[in-house]
Structure formats: structure tokens, C-alpha cells
Write a protein that binds this ligand. Structure first.
Ligand code: HEM
Length: 149
């Protein structure tokens, strides 16, 4: 179970990053005016937010199966004093939850906006911030975690 969650969580990151780039670039162009918020814009942003929520569920599953998260607390292991454990058990989770919240708020605000340009603007701001926050807690330097086979 742990391996399935880890691989799914790992690969879904790439799907999320591609969808984030497409929807943010489109939102940037749309926020300058003159573009209609089309069915495909709605579909891509919904796919992005859907994947983010799926990531949350996979992450939650990982949190309780990974040796680096919930299981690291307890005993006499001091999570906060160990940089690796602190990263996975606290920093990664907390920062990703902030990113997920920003992206979900952006989706809700874009949905409520009545003018197309506003929809694009809300997505640009909240998805953009969410992406920056997310990028800050992906372990880019650990090559074994980049593409799992
Ligand atoms: C959209 C948000 C998220 C992204 C982009 C993301 C990305 C990642 C990436 C790239 C890894 C490394 C995977 C690997 O080793 O191949 C990872 C690991 C992990 N993630 Fe996330 N994550 C997100 C949200 C979450 C959330 C919300 C939780 C917990 C509730 C979580 C819990 C974990 C845990 C515990 C690991 C460590 C697994 C291990 O090595 O044992 N993640 N995440």
C-alpha cells in the first residue's frame, strides 16, 4: 500500500505541474482582456484542482504509512531535531496544505466571478501563489524521488 501511494503521489506531481503551467499561462493571457473563459478553460482548471485534491488524499494516506511522517513521531525520536523527518512530517505537509487551500480558494473565487477577465485574474493570482508555495517544498535535489520506476 505504501509503495502504491508513494509512486502515485510522486508521478501525480508531474501531471499537476503541467496542468498548473497550462492554466496559469492561459489565465495570464486572459487576465489582460479580450479572451472568453471557454469550456476548455473551465475543464483544465477543474482537472488541475481535481488532481490537487487527489494529491491531498494520496498525501493523507502516505502520512500514515510512510516511515518519515506520522510513524516518525512517538518513541524517543525527536522529529523536530532531525532535518529529514521534520521536512516530511511537518514542513512538506503544512506547506502543501497552504498551497491546496490557496488553489481551492482561487477556484471558488473564479467560479463566483461574473466577468471572464475576473475569472482569469482570480486563477492567475491564487493558482500562481499556490504553485510557488508548492514548488518550494518539492524535494528537487533528491534525484531518486524525481522519476520513480
Ligand atoms: C499538491 C500538493 C503536494 C505535492 C505537489 C506533493 C509532492 C510530493 C513529492 C514530489 C514527494 C516525493 C515523492 C517521492 O519520493 O517520489 C512527496 C512525498 C510525500 N508527501 Fe507530498 N505532496 C503534496 C501534498 C501532500 C500532503 C497534503 C501530504 C500529507 C497530508 C503529503 C505527504 C507526503 C509524505 C508523507 C511524503 C513522504 C513519503 C515518503 O518518502 O515516505 N504530501 N510529496
Amino acid at each position: 500500500m505504501y509503495n502504491f501511494l508513494l509512486y502515485a503521489h510522486s508521478w501525480l506531481r508531474w501531471v499537476i505541474l503541467v496542468l498548473a503551467l497550462i492554466t496559469i499561462v492561459k489565465s495570464f493571457i486572459g487576465s489582460r482582456g479580450g479572451l472568453t473563459y471557454s469550456k476548455s478553460d473551465k475543464a483544465i482548471s477543474s482537472a488541475f484542482v481535481g488532481c490537487i485534491h487527489l494529491m491531498f488524499l494520496l498525501g493523507l494516506g502516505l502520512y500514515f504509512t510512510s516511515p518519515y511522517a506520522f510513524n516518525a513521531f512517538g518513541g524517543d525520536t525527536s522529529v523536530m531535531k532531525n532535518a529529514t523527518l521534520r521536512y516530511w512530517a511537518v514542513e512538506h505537509v503544512f506547506v502543501m496544505l497552504v498551497a491546496i487551500a490557496l488553489i481551492s480558494i482561487g477556484k471558488a473565487k473564479a467560479k463566483r466571478a461574473t466577468v471572464d477577465q475576473e475569472k482569469f485574474k482570480k486563477q492567475l493570482i491564487f493558482f500562481g501563489l499556490g504553485l510557488i508555495v508548492m514548488l518550494s517544498r518539492i524535494p528537487w535535489t533528491e534525484t531518486a524521488r524525481l522519476f520513480r520506476f
